[in-house]
Design a binder for this molecule. Sequence first.
Ligand code: TXA
Ligand code: MG
Length: 351
Amino acid sequence: MVGTMPHENRQTQLIAVEAHNPDARALGEAARILRSGGLVAFPTETVYGLGANALDTDAVARIFAAKGRPANNPVIVHVADVDSARRLAAHWPSAADRLVKAFWPGPLTIVVKKAEIVPGLVTAGGPTVALRMPAHPVARALIEAAGLPIAAPSANRSMRISATTAAHVLKGLAGRIDLVLDGGPTPGGVESTVVDLSAERPRLLRPGPVGAEQIEAALGIKIERCGPRAKHDAPLPSPGMLARHYAPNVPVECMATNASARVAELAGSGQRIGWVRLDHESGEIGPNVVVALMPGNPDGYAARLYAALHELEDAGVERIVVSLPPEIPRWAAIHDRLRRAASGPEENDAR
Ligand code: TXA
Ligand code: MG
């Protein structure tokens, strides 16, 4: 872990901006902080990011310190345009051209061989860099105002639930970062799809809003898929493929069927239970049960998921039961995040 003590006890400013028309003065202040090596949280179309100048090792070190993130987990670099992305790559494969044409700006991150100028801390010492051009107007305007590539992991403490509102960001990072640009709730809710283009065959490292089938259609070939359930002793394809990630501070159980019976059983034993319930489900809701009602479509569900988990955490439940949505491709990213939220710390690789 990287430590930069002098920066840890700082005042965190909060500035509200309109999501579709962010104020130029607020952007100017955020850009100034970024250029001087500080940390700014900002909304993207997926989740809030915690940004720093990607070309400044000390600034990136502050991200790791603020999050408590292990130094072997690389961060995504956010850019305003394709040319900026290409400058950070040592090699730009034709697959990258096809994918950025189809999906940028948007929730797709591509991994390519890194250029010399990308600091090793950004890539966790590895030879590749993850690049993404976000679609959110605040994110784009901020990157343009700073005139820099912005390293930005999700704006949460390491291993905890991602932030989809400024309040979630402050819950984890108040006093540890310089500024939060509050552009309201993020529209997407689940982190970007990550696809590795640095090897012979493209490989999906993290399912997300852009589906594997959409990527295959754009590339005209099948891609490899790997999930967090890969064998325990196998080397991690990406450090972010830890089983546990995106997790609340209480145990989570996923139920494909009979969630209401499980909730009743647990609540009956006196525990305070959070139930992430689909909106068409029925079931007895006793006094010990706090319900988070979820939309029955993948987009609505994704947009609500992390807020629901934060709410249940804040309500002080002792355990969370999740009614699993259908096991079909449209729900793949959500299943991935729910599985990770539910896996115990013992399933982690070395951390
Ligand atoms: O939607 C998103 O991607 C959000 C917003 C803020 O853009 N960001 C985000 O960052 O989710 P983070 O750091 O929480 O997740 C980045 C993922 C991790 O799984 C990390 O291991 C992987 O991308 N990653 C980053 N650089 C990589 C690299 N060079 N090779 C393989 N995986 C990489
Ligand atoms: Mg994250």
